[in-house]
Design a protein around this ligand. Structure first.
Ligand code: ASP
Length: 436
């Protein structure tokens, strides 16, 4: 049987009740041999995450302010979990060690203790071996993640174990100092462990039953995505959809290990599978819709542009000299538009326009601010006629003017640009046309 690596997020481990669910989930499948926990997260909306409290303690210590009160909140939280679970585990020594060291060590050390101590609890309740991530997740002296060194260490340490709990989020540098990934980084640890033990699947347990086809703040109760390829996910994530830490994809994608997003509160739901490119899908179906606001389009027109050697290069070099990167470059015979995220433009627009005029000598330049981009993504669109016409008809029926159209060359997505005011209506209309 293949190995399953299970990463549990903060809300899945926020209190004893949640941890009992985790125990049942792991116990229900003997293939779930490696578990990567986050630190306890929020139990309710206004609650504090342990990681945030640890950062706060460190910050207080740095400024010479007493951090005892905040640290006691952390102690209480862990002790309550241990008591509620009736664990035969004395957390006082590790907690007191953290209390001592928080002032001496860096903020990464402080933050990492949320996972480290939670790992002790989870290992105890599961009866699994505890493996300190500092031993196997390696960073170089500059703090860069050492992928090869880590893989070798993970493989060597874990391959002889029947099971283990490996705390998420951190590792160590060659001098032994603790280093964390960026926030949300337990996802990365899970992916690293999955690759290291050559898992059959990387289960990422969270508080949603998978990825949704679109933003639930725009469309009520959208369908869940059953399966999505890495390439589709990249398109959707770029457009703002998020569940997994971006960097978490790479280790498992490289190794061809599928990721299964699962819901700790609904373990019966299949969740979303993130799979390799070749996975089947119904032809003509879309996978998801995502969008982002705050773009500006600069539309440039010049008669006989198509025959003018170097026009595109001159336009792009104007962008480059102004330090502006662009997102899309839809073009016609005598027109070219540049789609730019507003944060790139920040005070640079006038200069950029002057340079474009000087370099390209266009007949006409028009700037459209307040643009939104909406990506309709789906590997099922490829080689399926009529997808674009359905999309455009839906937008026309909703009386939405399309400012820009861009279809990726892999036919994986169709991106439309609409006015910011039309954004929500456009997402609705597209969803209705393809799904509802
Ligand atoms: N506990 C860390 C954070 O809050 C890492 C994680 O949960 O993935 O960012």
């Amino acid at each position: 049987m293949g190995i399953k690596v299970c990463k549990f997020g903060g809300t899945s481990l926020a209190d004893a009740d949640q941890i009992r669910k985790v125990k049942d989930i792991v116990a229900s499948d003997p293939d779930r041999r490696f578990v990567v926990p986050s630190a306890p997260g929020k139990r309710f909306d206004k609650d504090q995450k342990i990681t945030d409290l640890l950062y706060l303690c460190h910050e207080h210590a740095r400024q010479g302010i007493t951090y005892e009160d905040v640290f006691n909140l952390i102690v209480d939280r862990y002790q309550q979990i241990a008591n509620d679970l009736d664990l035969d585990l004395d957390l006082t020594p590790p907690l007191e060690e953290v209390r001592q060291k928080i002032a001496e060590e860096g903020s990464d050390y402080a933050a990492s203790r949320g996972e480290a101590i939670n790992g002790l609890i989870i290992a105890k309740i599961l009866g699994y071996t505890y493996v300190d991530s500092a031993e196997i997740v390696k960073f170089d002296a500059n703090g860069r993640f050492d992928s090869e060194g880590t893989q070798a260490a993970v493989n060597e340490r874990l391959s002889t174990l029947e099971n283990a709990v490996v705390p998420g989020f951190y590792g160590s540098q060659p001098d032994g100092r603790i280093k964390t990934f960026s926030r949300g980084g337990s996802d990365i640890t899970g992916a690293i462990v999955a690759r290291g033990v050559e898992a059959e699947v990387y289960e990422n347990w969270t508080d949603v039953s998978g990825l949704l086809m679109c933003d639930p703040r725009i469309v009520e109760n959208p369908n869940e995505i059953e399966s999505v390829t890495y390439a589709e996910l990249r398109e959707l994530a770029y457009m703002g959809a998020s569940v997994l830490h971006d960097e978490a994809i790479f280790p498992v994608r490289q190794a061809g290990i599928p990721v299964n997003i699962r819901n700790t509160n609904e373990p019966g739901a299949k969740g979303t599978m993130i799979v390799a490119e070749e996975a089947e899908i119904k032809s003509g179906a879309i996978t998801g819709i995502a969008g982002r606001k705050d773009f500006t389009v600069i539309a440039i027109a010049k008669a006989l542009m198509n025959q003018e050697l170097g026009f595109g290069r001159r336009l792009l070099s104007a962008l480059e000299t102004n330090g502006v990167s662009f997102e899309h470059l839809p073009s016609g015979i005598d027109t070219m538009s540049v789609v730019i995220a507003d944060n790139q433009l920040d005070g640079k627009l006038d200069n950029l326009l002057a340079d474009i005029r000087a370099e390209c000598k266009p007949d006409n330049v028009v700037v459209y601010p307040n643009m939104s981009l909406i990506a309709t993504v789906g590997r099922g669109m490829s080689r399926h006629p009529g997808m674009a016409s359905r999309l455009f008809a839906a937008l026309a029926d909703a009386d939405i003017n399309i400012r820009m159209i861009d279809q990726g060359s892999g036919e994986l997505n169709i991106i439309v640009g609409v006015e910011a005011d039309d954004f929500e209506n456009a997402v609705h209309a597209i969803y209705k046309a393809f799904v509802a």
